[in-house]
Design a protein around this ligand. Structure first.
Ligand SMILES: O=C(O)C1=C[C@@H](OP(=O)(O)O)[C@@H](O)[C@H](O)C1
Ligand SMILES: C=C(OP(=O)(O)O)C(=O)O
Length: 430
């Protein structure tokens, strides 16, 4: 095996078609919503099969810092709500869900709550949430930055009311406010003004989880959401497997051939990862969902695709990696907003695919990928878990791919390397 540069991960190639059953840990998006909602609920509750990864640990720590009881019950979380208070510091890391979901809850606390995160987190958008919170009566100090670092100066409650927001940059702006809105004195009405909001399934996930807890949410009017003031019922929940994190494993069957089955795939879900069934079918794979899980078998060829990924932007890096292995060009559209993800994903994907020899270009709202014979090289992850996953997928079929920072996968999958080795029937090598 070639020796990788210091700290780089030599992505294993698939020496044969893959044949594996994979169990994927819990959904990041559902775990972090469940944690916030349990913290704001009217009694103690338990979260079963939560994701335990950097993003969710940061969320649990943020809530603990605010005075909420968050304890381990075996692998589950036990949450005991309490009146929230500062002073405390919230480390957002690189977790959009922590930076966006915690401030609207922290506005209900008494005292100062300081927010900061990884260096790149200061570049990720949060301004519309801070402006909305101010309009709803919160006091936020940020020296005019409208971004990290900032301080929420809580007084123990928030009047709430009606607010206008441009959520075209991230659906999380809407989810964040909705998650806490029932606890505001006058409830909350959000009107979105601007280009369409991305990631609709994630908004549906927020609304579904609120309704599950007895919250009255009205989303009958386009681009408007109303949450009535009232209690958030404490309920015990089980978190679904993270279907977006299933993407690289299923992609392995598409690019290397063979079959991968992700166990416990839900029949019905609000997770955007469910779109992988359609996406990989369009790319020529055979996809079957049954009571055991979702099985993807590689097809005779990998087809180029023309896809609008506006609703499922977080799938882009892995879909782009598969597209780079296709027998024709692909056009990925509707994803200008992913420039504000863990890194500027459009720039990062185009650059890293080019470095391996692919003709990949950024467009105004997406990517154009013209497959070419690929060669060895370093695939940089830019601290982005899904970029690292994309590099691993390419490494299956391109010899000598090194991912510079495979540890970035720990944002949502702490044992990615071990799971990848198991997928290939290998010993763990990093
Ligand atoms: O609410 C959530 O849990 C998420 C919403 C989406 O954000 P954007 O709307 O910013 O893409 C998604 O990409 C992110 O991974 C998770
Ligand atoms: C965009 C993502 O994450 P975040 O929750 O940090 O926004 C992602 O996981 O693809």
């Amino acid at each position: 095996m070639a020796v990788a540069a210091q700290g780089h991960w030599p992505a294993p190639t698939a020496s044969a078609a893959v044949d594996a059953d994979v169990r994927i840990p819990g959904s990041k998006s559902m775990t972090n919503r469940a944690l916030i909602l349990a913290a704001l609920a009217d009694g103690p509750s338990q979260i079963g099969r939560p994701l335990r990864a950097r993003d969710t640990i940061l969320m649990a720590n943020a809530l603990r810092g605010l005075g909420i009881g968050v304890v381990d019950i075996g692998d589950d979380y036990g949450i005991t709500p309490a009146p929230m208070h500062g002073p405390t510091r919230v480390d957002c890391g690189l977790a959009g869900t922590v930076m966006r979901f915690v401030p609207p809850a922290a506005a209900l606390a008494e005292g100062d709550v300081d927010f900061d995160g990884d260096p790149h987190m200061r570049e990720r958008p949060i301004g519309p949430v801070l402006s909305a919170l101010r309009a709803l009566g919160a006091n936020i100090e940020d020296e005019g930055r409208n971004g990290l670092p900032f301080r929420v100066v809580g007084t123990g409650g928030l009047p709430g009311g009606t607010v206008e927001i441009d959520a075209s940059g991230s659906s999380q702006f809407v989810s964040a406010l909705l998650l806490a809105g029932a606890r505001y004195d006058n409830g909350l009405t959000i009107r979105h003004v601007g280009k369409p909001v991305p990631s609709q399934p994630h908004i549906d996930m927020t609304i579904g989880m609120l309704r599950q807890r007895g919250v009255d949410v009205d989303d009958s009017e386009p681009a408007t959401w109303r949450v009535a003031n009232g209690p958030i019922k404490a309920i015990d929940v089980e978190i679904e497997p993270d279907l977006s994190n299933a993407a690289p494993f299923l992609a392995a069957a598409v690019v290397a051939g063979g079959r991968v089955r992700v166990l416990g795939w839900p029949d019905e879900t609000t997770q955007p990862g469910d779109a992988l069934r359609e996406i990989f079918s369009l790319m020529g794979a055979h996809v079957r969902l049954d009571s055991e899980g979702l099985t993807v078998r590689g097809g005779d060829s990998i087809e180029g695709v023309d896809l609008d990924l506006h609703d499922v932007g977080e799938l882009t890096p892995v879909v782009a990696a598969v597209a780079a292995c296709a027998n024709g060009p692909s056009y990925l559209r509707g994803i200008a907003h992913i420039r504000g993800h863990e890194t500027d994903r459009l720039a990062a994907i185009a650059t890293e695919l080019q470095n391996l020899g692919c003709d990949a270009r950024e467009t105004e709202d997406g990517l154009e990928i013209h497959p070419m014979p690929l060669h060895s090289g370093v695939f940089r992850s830019y601290a982005d878990h899904r970029m690292a996953q994309a590099g691993a997928v390419l490494g299956l079929v391109v010899k000598g791919v090194e991912v510079d920072d495979i540890a970035s996968t720990s944002k949502t999958l702490p044992d990615f390397v071990g799971m990848w080795a198991a997928l290939l029937g290998h010993e763990v090598t990093a």
